[in-house]
Design a protein around this ligand. Structure first.
Ligand code: SF4
Length: 250
């Protein structure tokens, strides 16, 4: 914001010479979008300047019974078209303030105060019992789940760990060797246990397998005793699995 303000000030002084009045000129100022341009016109000049912010979106969706997520371009277009149409051509300050106040204090997101709303008789949502449904909520994102298979291979007082590739999850950290679900090692293995870990973009359903017959050491793997394991970089869920199942096991 500070950078944009500075940029805007320089642009106004050097390129425009004075603070602009026209909507289109206001929109050329760095950092000024449609809403801010409309607000400047309304509040600084008391002139025509449509404004659509979150509160106005909610109010319009309910008042006119507009379906669809308000931030999608089709609905956004409709809302701006309504604002363009309804905004008084002059002396707009009071209208703009009333619109913002109504959205913020009466047509509230959770508990719309419909009984004291001056628009109640015209309101489509109120008259059709859809106040709680409008505006349409964004569909919730579902986090995909991926399965991960890890090997638990102990020899004497040592555990076999494998260095992860230098990109992707847990890059460059040491982990239990991870194998594909079709790996030979899993065809004769006992499930030691499972854990879940949530990444920003997916959920990992991890299974840790104890191979019942000898498996060849995967590339980039090394043996570590309990003391050494404490010294190396391990992903948090792998570390807690190792602590629970090996380090803290009596
Ligand atoms: S009647 Fe209720 S839902 Fe309709 S505009 Fe007023 S406060 Fe919002």
């Amino acid at each position: 914001r500070a950078r944009n303000l500075h940029k805007a000030a320089k642009y106004i002084v050097h390129d425009l010479g004075e603070f602009p009045f026209e909507l289109n000129d206001l929109l050329t100022i760095p950092g000024i979008g449609r809403y801010t341009a409309g607000a400047i016109r309304s509040f600084a000049y008391d002139a025509y300047g449509p404004i659509v912010d979150g509160n106005v979106r909610r109010l319009f969706c309910r008042l006119f019974g507009i379906e669809g997520v308000p931030t999608t371009s089709a609905v956004d277009k409709k809302l701006w078209a309504l604002a363009d149409l309804l905004t008084p051509k002059q002396n707009n300050r009071r209208f703009a303030q009333a619109l913002l106040d109504l959205g913020a204090t009466v047509c509230k997101p959770k508990q719309a105060d419909c009984l004291s709303c001056p628009l109640q008789t015209q309101c489509v949502a109120f008259n059709t019992g859809r106040v709680a449904e409008l505006p349409t909520a964004k569909p919730k994102k579902t986090t995909p789940t991926k399965a991960g298979h890890f090997l638990w291979i102990e020899q004497g007082d040592k555990l076999l760990l494998q260095k992860r590739p230098d990109s992707g999850i847990w890059a460059d950290l040491w982990s239990l060797p991870q194998v594909d679900e079709t790996a030979e090692a899993l065809s004769h293995a006992k499930l030691q246990g499972q854990f879940q870990h949530v990444f920003s973009h997916y959920k990992l359903d991890a299974s840790v397998w104890h191979p019942l017959s000898g498996v060849s050491e995967p590339a980039g793997s090394s043996w570590y005793n309990k003391e050494q394991v404490m010294e190396i970089g391990l992903p948090a869920p792998i570390r807690s699995w190792i602590e629970k199942n090996w380090l803290n096991k009596s």
